[in-house]
Every structure is written in structure tokens, then in C-alpha cells.
Design a protein. Sequence first.
Length: 358
Amino acid sequence: MKSIAASLLTLAFAAGAFAQQPAAPAPEVFIKGDMAIKFSTRTNTESDGKPKEGVTDRYTLSVNVANSALFRGTIEHTPYISKLVGSSQLAKLVYTVDCDVVNPRNPSQTRNVGRLFGTVPVDDKNTYRFADGDLKLVVFPVGTAKGFETLFKGLAVGKQPASSEGFMSKLKKEALNITRSVNGKNVALAVTNYDRMDFKSHVLAAGPVQIYPEATVNGSMIYDYGRTAWYFDGVTITYVLDGRQYQDKLTGNIRWIEAANRAASGEGEYQFDIRVNEPAQSESSVFSGPADESAFFAQDEAIPALTGVMKYKDTMMGESVSSSAVTIDLKGHKLTKQQGMNLAKLLLLTVVVPLNAE
């Protein structure tokens, strides 16, 4: 009887292990690299201050994700230029990014396997219309790995133009309450002066390795001008891995901190504390003491998170920035490679302009 019971117990443990997919967190998940930004639209302008037609801002990046994949190339942003009636130039993003696979045993060894390329139109309301573009990630067959092709899709609604008086602009004038669970207790933060980035069934393309599936993003990123911080409001990332669907919920913040001598040094940094699947409010926490807004910025090492900094060395032009040299050093705590890759694509490919230029 003991041997039968032991066998059944072994099978139960085995079944439980399979039910705990996705795979256990990688030993080290990170997003590291650099990015150079040249804001030519701020230096090459007409007499009225508008950028000249055909002038673009360029983002040149080289980013390593978990010693698994390397993205290196450019993203060019052509701005919308309005006229008294209509426009003289429509906005768009043009991607030309090579995708390499990194040998985890020897990170200095890489092999190009494909390319991320295509155009994303941006309309007069600053909506990034991935659904109407052709941005795709093409992976070629290399060795025993099969080739595939996958598209970015959906919408990402950005900051409304100053001239717009639509519904989204009015939202900026209304107070917004953002809630977050901290140590099992809900904490609310009132935001009154903000902009937002709304994701509407925005699909992050799969790849460049087959272990990274397509992922769909919904929800909002809120930028609070008073606290100079981005918050995540109902942001979810949904994907299918090994035949099972997962949905990760993002909370936390990305804070912008400027050096005391920024006018002279041009230094500043984004400080990341993005939580993944932060626990909901517990029954026992109802009886715990109150928590103020400082709890929004408290780190909890027990929760899966992406932390670290993106350091900026900006060339100042009065209060504006003409170029930036960015060092990216982000670490995933208890994150899977898939979660790390989804965050890298979202932050450095989809919202690269709102995060750096708006």
C-alpha cells in the first residue's frame, strides 16, 4: 500500500509541476543596452517653430534582452504638421531593426536571424495605428529553427495634440484615481494633471525566437505631471504559451528624476518599479494601518518586477532637449523570459516616442 501511495503521490506532484507553467523564471532576466536619440524636429524648424517637412527624429538602439535576443537598429518618427486647414505632413513611425539571437553560453556571440521593419501611421489625434500599418518581425530559418513572420496590430492612443478639444482632451481636466495593492492593502492616488497612453488590443509581434509568442496589450499608461511619473492603470498582457493562456497585470511606476544641475549637466533618469501580477487586497490587510501615497513608490522584493534605471545624458537647448544618450540597465526579479521580452517590446518599441519625446 505504501508503494502504491508513493507512486500516486509522485504522479500528483508531477501533474502539479506541469500545471505551474509557464516555465520557472530564468536565472537572470534583464533588459540592457543603449539608445541614442536625435531630435532633429526641434533644431531644424520653420520660422514659426514648426518642424520642416521631411525632418524626422531618430532613435538608434542596441538592446540585449536576457542574453536571448538583441535588437539593434533605428526607429524614425515623422511628426504631424498641421495647416490652417488639414495638414502638410502626416505622422508615422518607420522601423528598421535587426534581430539577433544571443548565445547564452557566450553572450559576445550573436547570430542575425531576422528583422523588424515596416511603417506605423499616426493620425491627427496621435493614435498609433498599428492595425493599419505593416510593422512585422520576419525570422528566417536558421539551423534547425523554423522561419516565421508576425505582425504588430491594434491601436495605441497617445497624447492628444494641444489644438484638440475632443473627449480624450477633456479627460485630462478631470481627476483620476489610480489604485494599487501594496502589501495586500489597496492604496489610491489622485491624479489631476496627466496624459495617457491607451492600448486597445495592441498586439506585440512574436519572436525573434519561437519561445516568445504574440502578446496582446490592453489598458492605460498614465503620466502624472505633478509627480513626474508613469503609472499603469488596468494594463494587461495576454499570451498563449505551450497551449495555455496567461494574463499578466502590470502595476507600479516609472519615475522621472532630474539631476540637481540638469541645466548644465543634462542628466536625468527613469527609475523603474514595474510590478507583474501584484497580489490583490487580502482579508487581513483590511485591519492593518493606513498607507499613504508613498506606498506607491515602496519596493517589495517578494513580487515579480522589472526594476532599474534608464540614465539620460541630454544635450540641452534652453529647456528643450536636442539629443539624448541613454543607458538602459533594467533587471527582472522573478520574471520569466516571456514577461521580460513583452516588457522590452512594449517599452522600447511601442511607446519609445511617448516615453522620450512627448
